[in-house]
Ligand binder design. Structure first.
Ligand SMILES: CCCCCCCCCCCCCC(=O)SCCNC(=O)CCNC(=O)[C@H](O)C(C)(C)COP(=O)(O)OP(=O)(O)OC[C@H]1O[C@@H](n2cnc3c(N)ncnc32)[C@H](O)[C@@H]1OP(=O)(O)O
Length: 435
């Protein structure tokens, strides 16, 4: 198994390719790794965060203080008191709102992210979100164009930084909160470490406030004050030869290439009777199934039918969803989905792209989750994905090891802005996947 014998590096697991120079630990569960990780964590916890210390987020000093009330950290301010003008940028730059419907703007955003977004620690891979994916991720029901924020060089109009929000209803325990999901924060490599990121975060916050929304959810590879939960990526090789050739994984000790290929081989067709692609007419049934399933987690999205249609109806090369329709009753009892996020392979002679599927929302009520996810692996393999990634959120832990996923070497931290949860959650208590 990948777990102990090989290491893998992907931008996803290494969003902690971090500007602050903390070393991420290698994969594997050795004592030294665990120790190094603890040391790193305590160094991060004692570090000053000049910007984050000023924000309404859980602070490290309050960690473990269960007496603090759950819920908003600060009350909303009257809308008339929200700053009306954008924050000041350094003189050479200007704010722009990015119209993702414009082919030209979408291209510019795509190019900025393709060349400057998240890399792994060894700079071997960089996320390569497609244009269709970006449009999907940024234009859900009720989205605000004003939350798609760019920074251009005034003179040349070159796009050099980006940050986005989309609206989402997220439930924290019993309370459904209107939030913004913040993503795609990116500063051009040449403009790093100039404190541009805090200005961008303040500007997106201002624009979210203008819509009378006061909370946000986001994930990052870096440790900031203060994670609601810390999750791990796991990877299931579908094309082990390519993954080894490009340095994503290593050949295990005492393994040959042909034994490795055999180990990860999957059947050509799915095994569950009634397993098929989700269609538009399935939206009501999938919504019911998913809402019921997500109600067990402490933090989870509160999806309605419009959300399900947007986020889960299959979209080629963006999101894939399958369900099990009972051949007898035609009831829909099981559902699985993954999104498509390739990574550019940097500096490899033979390959330029790693095709990765990321586990999204999965629900099993009749088909065992293990069997359902094995069918998901089979369709992903049939569609030429190289690797299938999954976080240890929801009930994913129950299938990871058995289906030959190996742990990655990075962590993904979940955060809430202006909302306190009074203890750190286990990944299995989280029902939320952000893109
Ligand atoms: C109510 C509504 C609220 C809405 C807002 C909710 C909050 C949303 C928050 C954003 C969620 C984003 C979710 C995603 O998109 S996560 C993906 C982030 N993007 C990348 O990793 C792409 C590659 N890296 C870059 O483009 C840059 O390194 C970035 C832009 C990340 C930082 O640029 P740079 O390296 O040039 O640094 P600086 O000198 O300008 O600024 C340094 C300050 O920035 C803090 N920093 C660094 N990385 C992150 C990070 N990932 N989240 C939050 N803060 C971050 C850092 O701790 C320090 O503050 P402090 O430690 O001194 O205090």
């Amino acid at each position: 198994m990948v777990d102990n014998n090989s290491s893998s590096n992907s931008p996803a697991e290494n969003q902690n390719a971090n500007p602050d120079g903390n070393l991420p630990s290698e994969s594997g569960n050795t004592t030294i790794d665990a120790l190094a990780h603890k040391v790193q964590e305590s160094l991060s916890l004692s570090k000053r965060h000049k910007f984050w210390e000023t924000q309404p987020v859980g602070q490290f000093k309050d960690l473990g203080d269960a007496s603090l009330p759950e819920g908003p950290i600060e009350p909303p301010t009257p809308l008339s008191e929200v700053k009306q003008e954008p924050y000041n940028l350094p003189n050479l730059y200007e704010w722009v709102t990015c119209d993702m419907d414009s082919e030209e703007t979408c291209n510019e955003v795509y190019n900025l992210l393709t060349n400057n977004y998240v890399e792994d620690d060894e700079n071997m891979f960089r996320f390569n979100y497609s244009k269709e994916f970006l449009r999907w991720a940024l234009c859900p029901p009720g989205y605000f164009r004003s939350w798609h924020i760019g920074v251009r060089v005034k003179s040349s109009k070159k796009l050099v930084a980006f940050i986005t929000g989309v609206p989402a209803k997220i439930r924290a325990r019993d309370t459904v909160v209107n939030m913004a999901e913040i993503n795609f924060l990116c500063v051009h490599k040449k403009l790093r470490s100039k404190r541009l990121a805090p200005v961008m975060i303040k500007e997106v916050t201002r624009r979210v406030h203008l819509e009378n929304i006061w909370q946000a959810a986001y994930t990052a590879g870096v440790i900031l004050p203060t994670p609601v939960s810390t999750c791990q990526y796991w990877h299931r090789s579908l094309n082990p030869k390519k993954l080894i050739d490009v340095g994503f994984s290593r050949l295990g000790a005492r393994m040959t290439m042909s034994r490795t290929i055999k180990l990860y081989k999957l059947p050509d067709s799915t095994v569950t009777p009634g397993f098929r692609k989700m269609e538009l007419h399935d939206v009501p049934a999938v919504t019911r199934l998913l809402r019921n399933y997500l109600s067990q987690f402490i933090v989870a999205p509160d999806f309605d039918e419009n959300d399900v249609e947007h986020w889960l109806l299959p979209k080629e090369n963006v999101v894939d969803s399958y369900l099990v329709e009972s051949p007898e009753t035609h009831e829909i009892n099981d559902f699985c989905s993954f999104y498509t996020l390739p990574s550019s392979i940097l500096g490899n002679q033979n390959y330029s792209t790693l095709k990765a599927a990321y586990s999204y929302y999965n629900v099993s009520t009749k088909t065992p989750l293990l069997q359902l996810m094995n069918d998901a692996l089979i369709v992903a393999k049939r569609n030429d994905y190289d690797v299938f990634n999954a976080l240890d959120v929801m009930q994913n832990e129950s299938f990871l090891k058995e289906l030959k996923f190996g742990p990655g070497d990075g962590e993904l931290h979940y955060y809430l802005y202006n909302y306190r949860i009074n203890r750190v959650l286990r990944p299995s208590e989280l029902g939320l996947v952000l893109l």
